[in-house]
Design a protein around this ligand. Structure first.
Ligand SMILES: *Cc1c(COP(=O)(O)O)cnc(C)c1O
Length: 392
């Protein structure tokens, strides 16, 4: 039996072509890009091609791309690096309650450092109302950070409207595009985005490498100090094979975006319709329309998400209850709380996240397995639990 990987919001399988592109940078082109000999030169060439590709993917200039160790570091540099560099201008930052922990925990740290953070609420589908952003602006607001699309429930935020509004008001705008890149078209120039974070392993690249776009001239300071790499913003010898992999993955991802997105939408909609149609007491979380092409997020009455994940794993299907980072904690997801679910309702959550490799056959196998799983778990559940949360 082939295993099915439906947990692509946690991470993705590396594309074979990406791995192939990386291997020479381990085997033969292993120079340090700062060295002036030919080993250094070819390493630097690989890295600069990756920078051009990352820039081209989002409509930026190569010198506006900084390579990092992943989405988390990109978000930290964006928020902390910007906040400390601009503290004399103002100390107020606007973000949302549904951001990734790499944003939320960084904001908590900034609060401890004397910054003031507003966490905007979302509607029942997980979307932010741009008018709320407008009315949340203050004289001392310096930065707005709103994710492009949510990693749990897949809601695509009105990031263009919010970026435009920020631009009009002279406030800088950052977006965590880790889930959206290669799935949602983004143009930092047209969309007036000042900073944007991506991570290689979420789009079939390697783990442990990311990028941060910073608009040219935007005041920002580093969080670490060293040898001056990445124009002093992120010193340390560059992860050349990883960077080359990110470059290849973003290049392929953009080139094949249209076909990949339509495939994922087809598989996603089949899963959503098949699952909702087959089982009573089953709901889709998030928005039906403004939804990432690879995300289906369900809630089942009277079944524990964790039990479903383990049962589906027994069927050879990898899914998740929410974000990978909190999958092992028992705390209710902050995103599900933010869309108004009770802890009881949130316990029945299941995230199915697809990739460009997902197929209709896999979707059919999932639908059969989820039906069996939910029926079996409901037959085992005590009557009290089975009745819970019917209204929503
Ligand atoms: C995965 C993820 C991150 C963290 O990226 P890493 O490369 O794992 O550090 C940040 N934001 C979002 C929305 C994510 O999905």
């Amino acid at each position: 039996m082939d295993h099915i990987f439906f947990d692509n919001s946690a991470t993705t399988r590396i594309d074979d072509r990406v791995l192939e592109a990386m291997l020479p940078f381990y085997r033969t082109k292993y120079g340090n890009p700062s060295s002036i000999h030919s080993f250094g030169e070819e390493a630097k060439e690989g890295m600069e091609q990756a920078r051009e590709r990352a820039a081209a993917a989002i409509g930026a200039m190569p010198e506006e791309i900084f390579f990092t160790s992943g989405g988390t570091e990109s978000n930290n540099i964006a928020l902390q690096g910007f906040a400390f560099a601009n503290r004399k201008k103002g100390r107020h930052i606007i973000t949302s309650t549904v951001e990734h922990h790499a944003i939320l925990r960084t904001c908590q740290f900034l609060e401890e450092q004397g910054f003031d953070i507003s966490y905007l609420p979302v509607d029942s589908q997980g979307a932010i109302d741009p008018d709320m952003v407008r009315s949340g602006l203050r004289d001392d607001t310096v930065l707005i950070s709103i994710m492009t699309a949510n990693n749990e429930i897949g809601t695509i935020q009105p990031f263009r409207e919010i970026a435009l509004l920020a631009h009009e008001m002279g406030v800088s705008f950052h977006t965590d595009a880790v889930q959206a890149i290669t799935k949602v078209p983004i143009d930092v120039t047209k969309d007036s985005i000042d900073m944007l974070s991506v991570s290689g392993h979420k789009f079939h690249g390697p783990k442990g490498v990311g990028a941060l776009y910073v608009r040219k001239g935007l005041p920002i300071r580093p969080l670490t100090y060293g040898g001056g790499q990445e124009r002093n913003l992120r010193p340390s010898t560059e992860n050349v094979p990883g960077i080359v992999g990110l470059g290849e993955a973003i290049h392929l991802g953009m080139r094949e975006m249209d076909a990949s997105v339509s495939n994922m939408i087809r598989v996603r909609d089949h899963i959503i319709e098949g699952t909702l149609g087959m089982l009573k007491g089953t709901y889709l979380n998030g928005s039906r329309k403004r939804r990432l092409c690879n995300n289906a997020h369900f809630r089942f009455d009277g079944v524990e998400g964790e039990a479903m994940v383990l049962n589906l794993d027994f069927h050879g299907i990898a899914t998740s209850t929410g974000s990978a980072c909190s999958a092992r904690s028992t705390e209710t997801s902050h995103v599900l709380r933010a869309i108004g679910l009770t802890p009881d309702q949130a316990r029945g959550a299941l995230r199915v996240s697809l990739s460009k490799f997902s197929t209709m056959e896999e979707a059919d196998r999932f639908i059969t397995a989820i039906e069996e799983t939910v029926k079996r778990l409901r037959s085992l559940a005590p009557a009290g639990l089975r009745k819970g949360g019917r209204e929503g």
